[in-house]
Design a protein around this ligand. Structure first.
Ligand SMILES: [Zn+2]
Length: 111
């Protein structure tokens, strides 16, 4: 057994309970501006993955790098766009785990 990954810092709308994997300022469901921390289990599965070879201006010089859409959480999940560290061969349904967040980017790796 490996150690559990760090908790994933999701947030939840305090009024309707909708879960967000990124900072939200106005709830798309109910319009509330009140959010609370809702940490999730940091394990997840890959939904889709791609290799970025022509990045936007914020990430020039880092290419190529791996970006994936990951469903993270346990009983409740959120779908987030993340960077994949180390293993470029991950595909749909492969297990991943949260590593950390740096410069606003979520990093995951193969679990
Ligand atoms: Zn809401």
């Amino acid at each position: 057994m490996s150690e559990s990954p760090p908790e994933f810092p999701a947030t939840r709308c305090a009024d309707c309970g909708l879960l967000y994997g990124h900072e939200a300022y106005i709830c798309r469901e109910c319009g509330s501006e009140t959010f609370e921390r809702a940490p999730l289990d940091g394990s997840g599965t890959v939904y889709a993955r791609t290799t970025i070879r022509v990045p936007g201006s914020d990430h020039q010089g880092e290419e190529p790098f791996e970006v994936a859409i990951v469903d993270v959480g346990g009983e409740e999940t959120v779908r987030v766009t993340v960077r994949i560290e180390e293993n470029p061969e991950l595909g749909p349904d492969d297990p991943v785990e949260f590593v950390d967040r740096r410069d606003g980017v979520f990093y995951f790796r193969a679990a």
